[in-house]
Design a binder for this molecule. Structure first.
Ligand code: C2E
Ligand code: MG
Ligand code: MG
Length: 430
């Protein structure tokens, strides 16, 4: 495999690279490839057993070992921490899958055994590319589900590989979905907050609430493996309310104990969208706490909003009447219509990260700059989402964008970490 493919950093443009390849293969109707999800299975215990904190170095070594198994037209990216995606030549038959899985397994396990005195194991899941209607994110979701199923199916083994056919997927979704009520009761759904940095002051006084499912046995379960399903079956309402309750209790504590007023945005799922009962549920939770309603902002997804504009107006009116406010989420993600901006009251426009692809592109900069101006003209605050580089941060400051929510400043973090960083420790900003 050439050095060009051996890119290793957390830059999400890597994800774009593998996605582009995936799209090309699907378009060319090329069967015989698979998308693979790999986790370094015993990574945490492995790295803890070494004296120094060499976590990042070990991940780099594992990555290099995986690269040795790839040819020039195969790809690998690190998705986050010790998770990787690979696009490899591999037919949808068990012989081929096992052959490649063995190759990866031995390249990593043996090397670590010889050089570090103990083996590092892999957990793998495959999604063969033989369905033209399956897009990249869905294929990745399938590969992740397969990987997790392998952990579930062979928890005691050291080498896991699992392959589920496209047709089998539904069953596994259901399994995961069935675990949701118990997970909720056990407190396995955690409130994470991603800070929004105020570009004028450099301070953080608001954040977005994001859920994370942390299973005690299986670790963090990817959002994509359960969110769409619990949205569909409506269970997301319970989970969102639970998260809302938690966030309100923190906001009250920060105000009472530290005199700090923070505002938090919440995603409104489409499960709420066909009734105003959403407000009854949210306000009855909200009223338990002594905080001001202007601390709560509701994020409306552009995709759901546009599909159902007739439901939107009374809903938004109710939200504002109570004293909450609204943001339009993911603006520019593919469903954009300016109609929504003129017909609905909104306090904030969140520009989707898909619009921040190439800062050197004049047209892109011009588009962003004009979106910011239009939003300001309409009395909306502007949040740029998914900002990962300094160049973008500087540019957005320059054109007067109000907030940045992106990995360049902060990733989503557990609420307790947020509290330590911004409430109990007064040093902040960048
Ligand atoms: P969203 O509301 O647009 O949330 C922002 C997403 O962008 C988050 O993904 C966040 O982690 C990600 N992000 C922020 N900055 C960066 C960056 O610099 N680079 C990259 N690559 N990503 C960045 P996350 O947490 O995976 O959530 C995905 C979506 O799932 C959210 O999109 C939201 O629509 C939905 N969601 C998340 N948590 C909840 C929840 O508790 N309830 C509901 N109803 N939906 C949720
Ligand atoms: Mg959002
Ligand atoms: Mg968004």
């Amino acid at each position: 495999m050439d050095s060009q493919n051996m890119i290793f950093d957390l830059d999400q443009s890597n994800e774009q690279k593998i996605k582009t390849e995936y799209d090309r293969l699907i378009l060319d109707n090329q069967n015989g490839y698979s998308l693979v999800s790999i986790k370094l299975k015993n990574f945490i215990t492995f790295s803890h057993m070494l004296a120094d904190d060499k976590g990042e170095d070990l991940i780099q070594v594992a990555y290099n070992r995986l690269c040795t198994c790839l040819s020039d037209d195969e790809y690998i990216v690190r998705i986050h921490s010790y998770y990787f995606n690979l696009l490899i030549k591999c037919e949808a038959n068990l012989d081929d899958l096992h052959r490649r899985a063995h190759e990866f397994h031995f390249a990593v396990k043996n090397f670590f055994e010889e050089n570090y005195g103990r083996p590092l194991y892999l957990e793998m899941g495959y999604c063969p590319l033989n369905h033209p209607d399956v897009d990249f994110y869905t294929a990745r979701y399938y590969a992740e589900i397969s990987r997790m199923a392998s952990e579930y199916t062979f928890p005691e083994t050291n080498y896991d590989m699992y392959y589920i056919s496209y047709q089998d997927q539904k069953e596994d979704f259901l399994k995961l979905e069935n675990l949701v009520p118990e997970a909720l009761a056990n407190g396995d759904f955690k409130l994470y907050l991603q800070p929004k940095v105020n570009l004028a002051t450099g301070q953080v006084d608001s954040a977005e609430a994001l859920v994370r499912w942390i299973d005690p046995k299986r670790g963090m379960i990817p959002l994509t493996s359960f969110l769409p399903n619990i949205e569909e079956n409506g269970f997301i309402r319970e989970m969102d309310l639970y998260l809302f309750d938690k966030a309100c209790s923190y906001m009250e504590r920060w105000l009472k104990e530290y005199g700090r007023k923070f505002s938090i945005s919440f995603n409104l799922s489409k499960a709420y969208f066909n009734g105003t009962f959403f407000m009854d549920e949210f306000t009855s939770v909200f009223k338990k706490y002594n905080i001001s309603p202007d601390s709560v902002r509701i994020e409306l997804l552009e995709s759901i909003v546009l599909n159902d504009i007739e439901h939107l107006l009374p809903l938004v009116t109710n939200i504002y009447e109570f004293g909450f406010s609204c943001a339009l989420d993911d603006f520019g993600s593919g469903f954009s219509s300016f109609d929504i901006l003129t017909s609905v009251k909104l306090s904030e426009l969140k520009i989707d990260r898909s619009l921040f692809k190439d800062i050197t592109n004049d047209k892109e900069r011009s588009l962003i700059c004009h979106i910011v101006d239009i939003a300001h003209d309409m009395d909306m605050e502007v949040v740029a989402e998914g900002i990962e580089t300094e160049d973008y941060a500087n540019y957005l400051k320059e054109i007067g964008c109000d907030f940045i929510q992106g990995f360049y400043y902060y990733k989503p973090m557990p609420v307790d970490e947020f509290e330590k960083l911004f409430i109990t420790n007064t040093q902040q900003g960048r």
